[in-house]
Design a protein around this ligand. Sequence first.
Ligand SMILES: Cc1cc2nc3c(=O)[nH]c(=O)nc-3n(C[C@H](O)[C@H](O)[C@H](O)COP(=O)(O)OP(=O)(O)OC[C@H]3O[C@@H](n4cnc5c(N)ncnc54)[C@H](O)[C@@H]3O)c2cc1C
Length: 431
Amino acid sequence: MSAAWELRDKNILLLESEQRFGGRVASERRGKYWLNWGGHVYSGANSATDRLLRSVGVEASSVPGAVTGLAMNGKVLLDGRVETYPFRMPMSWKSRLAILKAGAKVRLAVMKYGKVVSPRPGEDFRQHQERIYNYKNDRTFTDYVGQLPEDADAIFRPTVSRSAGDPEEVSAGAGIGYFHLVWDKGEGLSRNIHGGPSTLINTIAESLGDKVQSGATVESVIQQPNSVLVTYRQNGKLFKEEARYAILATPAPVTKKVAANIDPEIAEALGKIKYGPYVSAAFLTDENQPEIWDDAYAIATPKRSFNVFFNMSNLVRSWEEQRGKGSSIMTFSPATLARKLIDKSDDEIIETYLRDIEEIFPGFRQKVVEAQVRKFPLGLAYCFPGRAKLQKALTKPAGRLFLAGDYLGTLYTETAIKTGYEAAREILRKL
Ligand SMILES: Cc1cc2nc3c(=O)[nH]c(=O)nc-3n(C[C@H](O)[C@H](O)[C@H](O)COP(=O)(O)OP(=O)(O)OC[C@H]3O[C@@H](n4cnc5c(N)ncnc54)[C@H](O)[C@@H]3O)c2cc1C
């Protein structure tokens, strides 16, 4: 979408296999609220996301409220420094000490990570990302912090596995990077899009009219001497389009499959990208009184079927003079949690989530007026030990083909938007 927006004055065609645009960005409006299932926090000032939002005319604001809430062992903590949590949460002294030790190590590493990842003068996006991938890319997060007692492990696991890999799969650097993202409200992913993230997607799609086509599944993208031949299926019919250039903004396995004659070194690297699954649910509630979650945005929920409870209504809440009726809540389950749920029916998943939420916030179930699940088998491409070595091949020129997508970098929607934009700029230069 970001590439199409940049090329909107050219003769372009965007092909989307689903009926809905947006892929892993998925929200729907419900009155003043929005239900959300995918990407929800976005990059702030000086990012590609910010530039796109401004250019399209869609607004975003910093997420108000606590982002480091914790609900565990029968207690909910929403304020105070995270370092104090182990002492305020019921658990053994053995776990507390283990958390302190591992926590100090991660804190220091997060500070170092902040320095390592800040862009250097003259460095381009690709070099910058390669440097981030390289940071502690030789071992897993579990190898780095060591085996922890149950409660200590439970505290770290929800944050690391938000990358869609378990701490045993994700590289140490990427695990540390996730704490950086969560703790660093200023520079990380920290903004909500007004009206929900799909507002951005839908506004772009609407303004591009016939240039964007849904229900159009690309089967192959073949590079020819002077053009690219794109074959796609729509409404059961096969179509062929010849273009000067093609941007492949699909997840890595799809890109590898359709770009049948791409440089074999790039194809090999695409095949090595590892994805973890995600399952998420959105709940609309109808309470009339204030709730404990009103002042929070994110509450980590270790040892549950989902690992974070998000209050998607807290931006709207921050604009109100009087607390309005209802809330919009999202829960999500990455990695192993998702693997346990993904083959279950939507009703079973909702029931599993509600049972857990009910134990944290008794009475929640009675307030729910709508609940919907989404499953993402390719939830996120996580950074595993050795991932850094693939970056050179993935970012090398590919003739008339350009790769875009979140798997090419470490900042999720920001990487997707940035790589789409860069691909479009490169094509404009060539044209
Ligand atoms: C539950 C969840 C929460 C998340 N939270 C955040 C967050 O808070 N912040 C953040 O920055 N990121 C978050 N992410 C990640 C973020 O959503 C993704 O990084 C981003 O949306 C990826 O964008 P993309 O364009 O690279 O890929 P996608 O969104 O996957 O887009 C690829 C598109 O290609 C289409 N497609 C696939 N095959 C074909 C084909 N053969 N022909 C035509 N079209 C095809 C797909 O349908 C899809 O629309 C989250 C992800 C999940 C699952």
